[in-house]
Design a protein around this ligand. Structure first.
Ligand code: PLP
Length: 745
């Protein structure tokens, strides 16, 4: 039976209240009339519409002014901005000098600055758009606002922030803009049902709301417009909503919203701020126990009692989100995260929080209808998540399913790769190409594994980040200088190799991308286990050679020397991996990149290589988060290649080919909190995607026809694994479509 889902993401959306669902169904069956019709069915619908509007007026504290139904807050924001900017345009057309600025809070939902930019451009106003700075607590700098409000035609501030829950000082803002003549929009989305906005008592001109943040369905919202505020409809047509918003009303949505507002007015299940704060504090206690060192990103005293935004120093948001999701707890990243990229939250950055806090942020949010029992279960699961993470850091095998500690663990941040090498027969370990974002996570991992860090090596002087080796040494609690003297890349001076039990690391100079570039060969006896090549050659790209520290002429000899030393089929582990291909070989890159083929062709003229490479690099753009491009990508690695198999197709495959290998690529901490039963048939392995590079050679050594099906929770990491193995030449390799979640496992 499916586990209960613990939904703690109410600031994103909420489930629909059962009585709101009933009301929507009734509006689609019994009261289905068009409120503009004058017959009985229409009149019944009109009565309902009027009743809900009256209720909304009471809840919003808006007995005067206009209250109109919209599709949601985004539409309300557009309408408000359009209205204010049209008024400015008319004033300018009448010969008046209008205020030159438009202002919005620096932590505003992006719908607001986007609408300001959009309508400013569409209406040809050419006004300056500025963000009102906030302090470290996320509150607007009122002195700044007071100074600049006279220059503003419109000021937009939210009532409460969706990421942090920080409640704005609306009284202070009102005083700061008093007398300025600016129109004032307050985004009330996160305040609905949680704060008394008393709209009509304030100088607020516009206030948009969204139903789905408070147990109504998506697609219904409200816009309050003060009586004397200028108004321009976004939609015109049949004159509905007193000409404020044309189009037949979303009556099912209106009915549902009405039912929610009624429940709110009656206090039916809605908890007050004090009760919510007690529940929030229980969650916080569980979080602090589970994740020591947790830091709140906004002071609770300034926040809605329904939102917790926190960061854990040595745990990235992505790890926490995967862990929580595996435990059936749904939360959000405070930043836009994906498997390999974590863009720091704009809201937290605007508050001046350090980059690690802005990128590690996680948000838990509850709605006012939350139950005590849900919080109790959430706390229980949060504690088990903490336990799972501690076990995972202490050992790669908390679930008892993996066979041995993985030789190499890989992290990836914004396309840059970092590796931890942990051979099984020693307590020694080495980090290759450390990344500053990972310092505490890797140090924690090393400590948990009870390993001794013996070297932190950079393959070259990086163009996009400074080496974080010194920070890693100190975070790993090794006294600085307790190892041998090293060169600037961390290699112990005078040593030809670094011993790691029965493995050893050997260094090979590979100048080109930079003059100091090296490859690091991990050997087991005489056998090559892996070759860390930095940015010399990457999946789909060659390292750029147009830096001042580059040695373009050295690259051809380097590639030839590498081919001679490791061969064309050896697995190369790159310094950057923009497409999550994990590893490559010279043979594959020769096929994918004409330049590699040219370089490795002994008959080719190195001068033509130099010309073509310089031409390719002439317009190298920055990468997604404006980091330096490390090389021109010529092969996008067929990201769209179909590798998915449905659950039924996997079952058939396993029946037809009983040797089919099923590989669970979830991290061990996810497996340990997710009791989901895996496929009973076929052989199953667990290789977390972070350790994929350790297993690639194993899988490549299997017979060619061997079928391999990767699976994970959502299907994204397993598709990544399948594509990586396919690019290395395997065909019978698949990913379970939609992951365990969609497969209903
Ligand atoms: N404003 C805030 C503060 C929000 O949290 C949201 C939604 O997340 C919006 C505006 C946009 O609302 P909707 O997407 O419902 O139009």
């Amino acid at each position: 039976m499916a586990r209960m889902e613990i939904y703690l993401d109410a600031n994103a959306t909420t489930p629909v209240l059962p009585r709101a669902r009933d009301a929507a169904l009734a509006a689609m069956s019994r009261t289905f009339g068009n409120p503009s019709s004058t017959h009985g069915a229409g009149l019944r619908a009109r009565a309902m519409l009027d009743e809900v509007r009256a209720r909304a007026r009471r809840v919003l504290g808006a007995p005067t002014g206009r209250v109109t139904f919209t599709s949601g807050a985004t539409e309300g924001i557009q309408t408000a901005v359009l209205s204010a900017l049209m008024a400015l345009k008319r004033r300018r057309a009448a010969g008046e000098v209008i205020p030159p600025w438009l202002l919005y809070g620096a932590t505003e939902h992006k719908a607001v600055p986007a609408a300001l930019r959009h309508w400013n451009e569409v209406l040809g106003l050419d006004l300056e758009i500025h963000a009102i700075p906030v302090d470290a607590d996320g509150r607007h700098l009122l002195a700044w606002l007071r100074e600049h409000a006279v220059k503003a035609g419109l000021v937009c501030t939210m009532a409460a922030n969706n990421e942090t829950g920080v409640v704005s000082d609306l009284d202070g803002i009102e005083r700061a803009i008093e007398g300025s003549g600016a129109l004032w929009m307050v985004d009330g989305v996160q305040a609905l049902g949680k704060l008394d906005l008393a709209l009509a008592r304030r100088a607020i001109a516009y206030a948009p709301f969204s139903g789905h943040k408070l147990y109504a369905p998506k697609g219904i919202g409200l816009l309050y417009v003060r009586e004397d505020a200028p108004f321009t409809p976004l939609l015109t047509g049949g004159g509905q909503e007193d000409d404020l918003r044309a189009g037949t009303e979303n009556m099912a949505g209106v009915a549902a919203l009405g039912a929610v507002l009624q429940a709110l007015e009656e206090g039916d299940g809605f908890k007050g701020p004090a009760t919510l704060a007690v529940l929030r504090d229980r969650l916080l206690t569980a979080l602090e126990e589970a994740f020591p060192g947790l830091m709140l990103n906004a002071p609770l005293s300034h926040c809605l009692p329904t939102t917790l935004n926190f960061s854990v120093r040595d745990v990235r948001a992505k790890v926490l989100l995967d862990l929580f999701d595996a435990a059936g707890i749904r939360v959000s990243g405070g930043s836009a995260c994906s498997a390999s990229r974590a863009k720091p939250s704009d809201v937290l950055s605007a508050m001046g929080l350090s980059p690690w806090r802005a990128s590690n942020a996680v948000r838990l949010s509850i709605g006012p209808l939350v139950s005590d029992s849900l919080i109790a279960e959430a706390c229980r699961r949060i504690r088990s998540c903490g336990q799972a993470l501690r076990s995972a850091h202490a050992s790669f095998d908390p679930a008892g399913t993996a066979t041995a500690p993985e030789l190499i663990t890989r992290w990836i941040v914004d396309g840059a790769c970092c590796y931890l090498v942990c051979p099984p027969d020693t307590d020694r370990c080495v980090v290759v190409d450390p990344l500053p974002e990972l310092t505490h996570e890797i140090a924690g991992r090393i400590r948990g594994l009870d390993r001794r860090l013996v070297a932190v090596l950079d393959t070259h002087s990086h163009g996009d980040h400074a080496s974080s080796a010194p920070a890693l040494w100190s975070a790993a609690c090794h006294a600085p200088g307790d190892g041998p003297t090293t060169d600037h890349l961390g290699w112990p001076q005078g040593r030809s190799e670094i011993g790691l039990g029965s493995w050893r690391l050997i260094r090979m100079a590979t100048p080109g991308h930079t003059a100091d570039a090296t490859a690091l060969l991990l050997q087991h006896g005489d056998e090559l286990s892996a070759c860390f090549v930095g940015d010399t050659v990457m999946p789909g790209a060659l390292g750029r050679t147009d830096f001042p520290v580059s040695q373009p002429r050295a690259l051809v000899p380097t590639l030839r020397a590498l081919a001679a030393r490791v061969g064309h089929e050896a697995l190369l582990l790159p310094g950057h991996d923009e497409d999550d291909r994990h590893a490559t070989t010279l043979a594959i890159e020769s096929r994918a990149q004409a330049l590699v083929a040219l370089a490795l062709n002994p008959a080719a003229d190195p001068a033509s290589f130099l010309r073509e490479k310089a031409a390719l690099e002439a317009g190298l753009a920055p990468t997604r988060h404006d980091t330096m491009a490390c090389g021109a990508r010529v092969d996008r690695c067929a990201t769209e290649q179909a590798v998915e198999l449905s659950r039924d197709a996997v079952a058939r495959l396993a029946e037809e080919q009983p040797a089919t290998l099923l590989v669970d690529v979830r991290e061990s901490y996810e497996r340990s909190v997710d009791p989901t039963a895996v496929f009973p048939m076929a052989t199953t392995q667990s290789v977390p995607v972070s350790a994929l590079v350790s297993a690639l050679a194993r899988w490549l050594a299997l017979p060619r026809e061997q079928a391999i099906v990767f699976y994970c929770r959502s299907g994204s990491r397993s598709a990544q694994a399948a594509r990586a193995l396919r690019r290395l030449g395997r065909e019978n390799v698949w990913s379970l479509s939609g992951g365990l979640v969609s497969a209903g496992l």
